[in-house]
Each structure stands twice: as C-alpha cells, then as structure tokens.
Design a protein around this ligand. Structure first.
Ligand code: SF4
Length: 365
C-alpha cells in the first residue's frame, strides 16, 4: 500500500473489527486523566491545547493548576493575560496560551460562554485548527468528527502500511480519510481517544509493543515487519548554535525586566534584557554589551562580572546564554513610549510570567 496516490481504505468488516477491538481495549486500559472525568468542552479544549507538543505526564499538573484558577471559560476570559502566562510558564509555545485566552474571550463575549457545536465556528477561534475542532466535537459532544495528530499519523500509517511521507499532501489526504472512515456513529470521542492513547502507549515511534496491541492482526506494517521504517522519518533539522547575553541590571534593590514584544520569541513574557552576544574581540565585549543594553532599554550601565552561563534549546537553535550583572548609571531622558520595561523587587518576580531562562536566573538572585 505505497505510492503517492491515496491507497484504498480498509473494508467495512475490517473497520468493524477495528472499532470493536479498540473500544474494548480502551475500556480496559484508559488512563485516568483529569480532563477525562467529564465531557466538559472547556476541559477538553484546554487539555488538547496543552497536549500539543507536550507529554501527558507534564500536562497533568499544569492542567490541574490551570483549571483550579480558571474553572470555566468565563473566568479565563476575564483574566489578565499575564496571569494566564504565569500559569503556562514552563509549558513552552506561549502562543498557545495567548490564543487560548483570546479564544476564551470570544466564546464568552460572542457565544455567551457556551462552546459552539459547529465545526466552522469552532475553527474560527484563535489556535483551534482541524485537529482541535475534531477533538472537541467528538470527545465533548460525541460527534463523528475525525482527528489526526502525531500519534494517529503513526498508527494509521502503520495500519495501512503507508510508507510515503505522511505529512505530504497525498499522505494527509489518505490519513484524514482513514480517520473519518473508521469512526463509529456513536462513541467517536472514545475511539479518537483510544487511537491517541494507543499511539502514545503501545504504537510508539521506536520499538512499538506489537505483542500487546489490540489490532495486531489488522496491521499491515506488523504483518510485513515494516514498523521500523513506517512512518517515514522526518528530515532532520540542522541545529544552529547561537550565543546570547542577558544582563541583570540592579538599581536600589530592584532589577530591570522588559516585556518581550510581539515579534520576539516568548512574546508577552518578562525577561532580563537579552540579545545576541556581540561579535567583537574579547577586550571590547563589555563595552559592546553596555551599548546593546542602551539600545534595547535606553539605560546606561557599567557591566559587572559574568554570573552564570545557561544552555537551552529553542526549535532548531541551541542557545548558550551568558548572564552578566550590571549597575545602573542613568536613563535616556525620553524613553520611547512602547518600551515595556519595569524595575521589580526580586520577590515580585514570583508573580510575573518569565521566560524559562529568566526564571532560572531569577532563582539565582
Ligand atoms: S501492531 Fe504494532 S505497528 Fe501495528 S498498530 Fe499495533 S503497535 Fe502499531
């Protein structure tokens, strides 16, 4: 079942047997997750957004904390963005949190706090794509709407023995058709959750546990021993090493932070002034860093010693962050109006959303 064109989908009897096995397996093995305790569309939506790019084990604590503070969509809509970001801090991909907040406002203002049951309206909400729409409609409202995400792409590719690129247009068309075709009229939400869980727990990217898989006998990759090469691996991204500097500027017991702007990484979060480390000879580095700080914040400093070096990765970048101490000297007379920067007492940093490295640095202060 290879080639660029979509392959035929499995027959009716295959699909029937598949549903029966999957639903039976899920009834016996479903993990007890907090968002599964009822079918509240708000909880389903929140969990699905949190689970994008993030492991279930990590999401559980974040979900519990978040739902405690914002138990419904109206409470989330009424929150300050900073409060939402503070609860999201550490989960990464902060755009998700900001879009979640924007979408909550739309649901509260335009739909009276009630989630639309209409695919088109749901998809028009910020951050809600085809996958999230399918998840909300099937899990919360038991509508036969398909889902396709990383786990189900892998499971379907293996079941069908699809060895072409599942992320290319032909692969996506085939797998979305498969996701739709296998849904029962009732219990679609259960089946969708079962498929994701099978992908996470059994049909893993490496060493799938086929011996305990409930659909082993229906799986083409298993029959032909192709699990190791299906799905076709994505092309590896080239990793780029980057060096940056962050500066802790002190003034009368406070430190300066700036809010990251729309076009920047981690926009909406607070951070110490941070920028690419100037590429200058070692004897000129202090001066160059002070100039960068002045350009970014309008503040003149005397650079102090290096405090620490932090290493972290963001998408395809491996960043080495040199963190310096600095003393405030003076400020430009007319700071530009759009500069969002503020002096904080160290204990106040607990309550504001910081970038991950900003938090590490704050903990050292
Ligand atoms: S038999 Fe193996 S490869 Fe096929 S779906 Fe099950 S776990 Fe995945």
């Amino acid at each position: 079942m290879t080639g660029a064109l979509p392959s035929p989908l499995p027959e009716v009897s295959w699909r029937r047997g598949f549903r029966r096995r999957m639903l039976g397996w899920f009834a016996r093995n479903a993990q007890d997750l907090p968002w599964r305790r009822n079918r509240d569309p708000y909880a389903v939506w929140l969990s699905e957004i949190m689970l994008q790019q993030t492991q279930v084990a990590t999401v559980v604590d974040y979900f519990n904390r978040f739902i405690k503070v914002f138990p419904d969509v109206r409470r989330l809509a009424a929150a300050e963005e900073e409060q939402v970001l503070r609860l999201w801090e550490g989960l990464g991909y902060y755009r998700r949190a900001r879009q979640l907040h924007q979408a909550a406002k739309i649901v509260a203002d335009q739909y009276g706090g009630v989630f639309p049951r209409d695919a088109e309206r749901l998809r028009s909400l910020p951050g809600v794509g085809r996958y999230t729409t399918g998840a909300i409609l099937s899990i919360a409202f038991d509508r036969p709407e398909p889902i396709l995400e990383a786990n189900t792409v892998r499971v379907f590719s293996r079941l069908l023995g699809y060895s072409d690129d599942p992320h290319a247009a032909a692969g996506q068309a085939l797998l979305w058709s498969m996701a739709q075709a296998i849904l029962p009229r009732k219990q679609s939400g259960q089946l969708n959750q079962a498929l994701m869980e099978l992908g996470r727990e059994v049909c893993k990217p490496r060493n799938p546990q086929c011996e305990v898989c409930p659909v082993l006998m229906l799986c083409r990759a298993f029959r032909e021993n192709l699990q190791a090469i299906i799905p076709r691996p994505k092309r590896k991204q080239n990793i780029e090493a980057v060096r940056e500097a962050a500066v802790v500027i002190r003034r009368r017991g406070r430190v300066l932070l700036r809010k990251r702007q729309e076009a920047e990484r981690w926009s909406g979060l607070w951070d110490f002034p941070r920028f690419p480390l100037p590429e200058v000879p070692a004897e000129k580095i202090n001066r160059a860093i002070a100039d960068e700080v002045r350009r970014l914040t309008g503040i003149r400093i005397t650079l102090g010693p290096k405090l620490t070096t932090l290493r972290h990765g963001v998408t395809r970048f491996r960043i080495t962050l040199d963190c310096y101490a600095a003393k405030y000297l003076s400020s430009a007379r007319t700071p530009s109006a759009d500069r969002q920067q503020k002096w904080f007492r160290p204990e106040e940093l607990q309550d504001i959303p910081l970038s991950r490295t900003g938090r590490k640095l704050a903990e050292q202060l």
